[in-house]
Write a protein of this length. Structure first.
Length: 381
């Protein structure tokens, strides 16, 4: 029986043969691209690719069929990406990206008119101050109002929360993304430090009612559970909760909010840093109506709908893999009024000016039914 080193040597020899054949295959792919360019044929041929996968699975023992299908799919993904690059095929989104890169501003603005949800002291307002040195802020009652303000031109930018490291994605915001026309131009990560705020003179032991936003309540669930006979009331955001507690002045009520809110609304801090996880961060997206790509943009967000067939999502992920693009986030949300159809949200790590990103945007429509580009941006930490 051969020893391990001998077996590995055999594998290395086989791999060399495989990659020699792969090189030959890609040279033929180049000839195919030239033929398609001359005849006006599309890059993607669904029928042929289905036949190729079927042929691959039939050429190996049944127990290897699934592996053969994956291997054949990866080979075809590499071929399609190469063909798109050779043909310099253009997609509407990639054309818009190229135009945005050609007219790229020198820097992100230091001042602007910005919309955010809530009132003074809300974490959204703190995020605005982190993104802009001097911002004229308009406050809206809902995230819907922020999207509309940007879409209708009432504000240059809007700032919205998208996910928290403890409580997860802000699903309502993702649902609104399907309904509005916008682009993400920057994001920021904000350390969230929740505190128990009470009217002056109220002791922590007196608290029986807690007001806050649902995300903050989730992030402090363990702390709240230790308050005897506690009733929880959900507010639009944490600052509104603090404002309500200050306005009503109840001796048994408290708000979970930022320390800034204590100063703004004349409240005492009965307990500091009450979140269940000390490493508690929220990501905020800065949105605008027009597509603008600022210097340093190394992330992008996409909305994708795939077909209802086996391997549909794999084909999208394989495209990222073939182009060596790192996937940062995948979120799935049901599409309203479409039974069992889901919108997939991708955050990827890829420079907007890179050739890999251009190839991705030129070819992604081959492997999905719908693809919407939300923008390229950098994240402030």
């Amino acid at each position: 029986m051969p020893n391990l080193d001998e077996l590995r040597a055999q594998i290395t020899s086989i791999d060399q043969q495989i990659f020699s054949l792969f090189n030959q295959r890609m040279q033929v792919v180049s000839d195919v691209a030239s033929y398609k360019a001359a005849t006006g044929m599309p890059v993607y041929d669904r029928k042929r690719e289905r036949e190729n996968i079927q042929r691959a699975t039939q050429s190996v023992p049944p127990e290897l069929a699934s592996y053969a299908a994956v291997l054949q799919s990866v080979l075809m993904e590499a071929a399609r990406a190469s063909e798109h690059q050779a043909l310099d095929a253009k997609h509407d989104a990639s054309e818009a990206i190229r135009n945005a890169l050609q007219t790229q501003p020198a820097m992100f603005p230091v001042s602007a008119h910005v919309a955010c949800q809530g009132v003074e002291g809300a974490y959204q307002q703190i995020a605005v101050d982190k993104l802009f040195h001097r911002a004229q802020i308009s406050f809206y009652d809902s995230f819907e109002g922020v999207f509309r303000a940007v879409e209708d031109g009432w504000a240059q930018f809007g700032v919205i929360p998208v996910e928290n490291s403890t409580a997860g994605s802000v699903t309502h915001v993702y649902d609104l993304m399907m309904q509005h026309d916008f682009h993400i131009v920057r994001s920021c990560r904000l350390k969230i430090d929740h505190n128990l705020l009470v009217p002056p003179g109220v002791r922590r032991e007196d608290v029986r009612i807690v007001y806050s936003h649902q995300q903050a309540i989730s992030q402090c669930a363990g702390y709240i559970a230790r308050i005897p006979d506690c009733r929880v009331h959900v507010c639009e955001n944490t600052a509104m909760a603090a404002e309500k507690v200050a306005r009503e002045g109840r001796r048994d009520a408290a708000a979970i909010a930022s320390r800034d809110c204590a100063t703004l609304y004349g409240l005492d801090i009965a307990d500091y840093s009450i979140q269940d996880q000390s490493n508690n961060y929220t990501r905020f997206a800065c949105i605008s109506k027009n597509l603008t790509i600022y210097p340093g943009a190394d992330r992008a967000s996409l909305m994708v709908v795939t077909s209802h067939e086996p391997g549909a999502l794999f084909k999208v992920l394989a495209r990222f893999y073939a182009l060596d693009i790192n996937l940062l986030k995948l979120e799935s949300r049901p599409i309203p009024n479409r039974d069992f159809d889901f919108m997939l949200y991708f955050d990827i790590e890829c420079a907007a000016a890179s050739p890999e990103f251009a190839t991705l945007m030129d070819s992604l429509s081959d492997v999905c039914e719908e693809c919407r580009y939300l923008g390229s941006y950098s994240e402030v930490i």
